[in-house]
Write a protein that binds this ligand. Structure first.
Ligand SMILES: [Zn+2]
Length: 126
């Protein structure tokens, strides 16, 4: 099996730094969204208690809620991707296409450190 043992320690370190920076960023975004959702939930229960029948803000709240849920799910996926990439970096499978087993171009990894497919396989998968 091909591994990234051909990655120089400096290159491994560089991608580790990139990924750790992304992890920190994804975590803080996630925390922000969670906090935001708590606020929406609090605001929503206030509204419900104040006015059960005439609730002009109801649909807006629901819309905002589902939008926030989607954004939160995105942030969670992103964080999971970053952590998987860090694990691959640790076990030397980082930078290897999960589909064809060929090395992923370094330029592609630099642009997208969490990439798991080479450009050809990514194109095939649409
Ligand atoms: Zn591939």
């Amino acid at each position: 099996m091909t591994t990234t043992r051909s990655f120089t320690p400096a290159r491994v370190e560089k991608f580790e730094r990139l990924l750790l920076a992304e992890e920190v960023e994804a975590e803080s975004r996630l925390a922000e969204h969670r906090e935001g959702m708590l606020e929406v939930r609090a605001a929503r229960s206030d509204t419900a208690a104040a006015d059960d029948e005439h609730d002009p803000e109801g649909p807006t709240m629901i819309q905002e809620w589902s939008q926030r849920t989607a954004v939160l799910a995105d942030a969670e996926l992103e964080l999971a991707d970053v952590r998987r990439a860090l694990a691959r970096l640790a076990d030397h499978s980082y930078g290897i296409c999960e589909n064809c087993g060929r090395p992923i171009a370094v330029a592609r990894l630099e642009a997208r450190p969490t990439a798991t497919l080479c450009i050809d396989c990514a194109r095939l998968q649409g």
